[in-house]
Design a protein around this ligand. Structure first.
Ligand SMILES: [Zn+2]
Length: 162
């Protein structure tokens, strides 16, 4: 391989890394964390601080059943036509590790790999009775397939903040 070929290869690898980082960033941006939460026992949406990490106390009924809600709507539809695309929370271990890090002044959680996050982030549809880790086929389907086109306007639904 000549020097210019090597350079081309390096540039291609660099471009690939940048686009992978962008996809990761924009996917995170597509389902913003925090903001809307859902109290499971009260079956009620509410606004939580952006740094709230599910499960949180909630707003009534049983305690500790406030989970993140990904709320979506077609932008051309009236506000009341929003819907909960899916619910998201974390394993007890992940929650404990997060809270311990926060209590330690916001120290980063050690060995927080993407695989760990996927295995310890749990999702469910509002009507579903079972939580699935996002690392499982069921969980990744919930996260991936929530998007619908508005039957009236034809526009794709988008995530909302309170
Ligand atoms: Zn619409």
């Amino acid at each position: 391989m000549s020097r210019s070929d090597t350079l081309k290869l390096l540039l291609a690898c660099g471009a690939l890394l940048v686009s992978a980082a962008f996809v990761f960033w924009s996917r995170r941006g597509a389902a913003p964390p925090g903001a809307f939460f859902y109290d499971l026992s009260e079956k009620r949406l509410y606004a939580a601080p952006r740094d709230a990490f599910a499960p949180v106390e909630g707003v009534g009924g049983e305690t500790g059943d406030g989970v993140e809600a990904i709320v979506v709507r077609c932008e051309q539809c009236p506000a009341e036509l929003r819907r909960v695309a899916y619910l998201q929370t974390h394993s007890t271990e992940f929650k404990q590790r997060h809270d311990a890090a926060k209590a330690a002044g916001g120290a980063p959680i050690a060995e927080l790999t993407r695989a760990y996050i996927a295995a310890n982030t749990l999702v469910r549809t509002v009507d579903g009775s079972e939580w699935f880790a996002t690392s499982t086929p069921e969980g990744s389907r919930i996260v991936r397939d929530w998007k619908r086109r508005c039957p009236q306007h034809g526009a794709w639904e988008k995530p909302l903040r309170p």
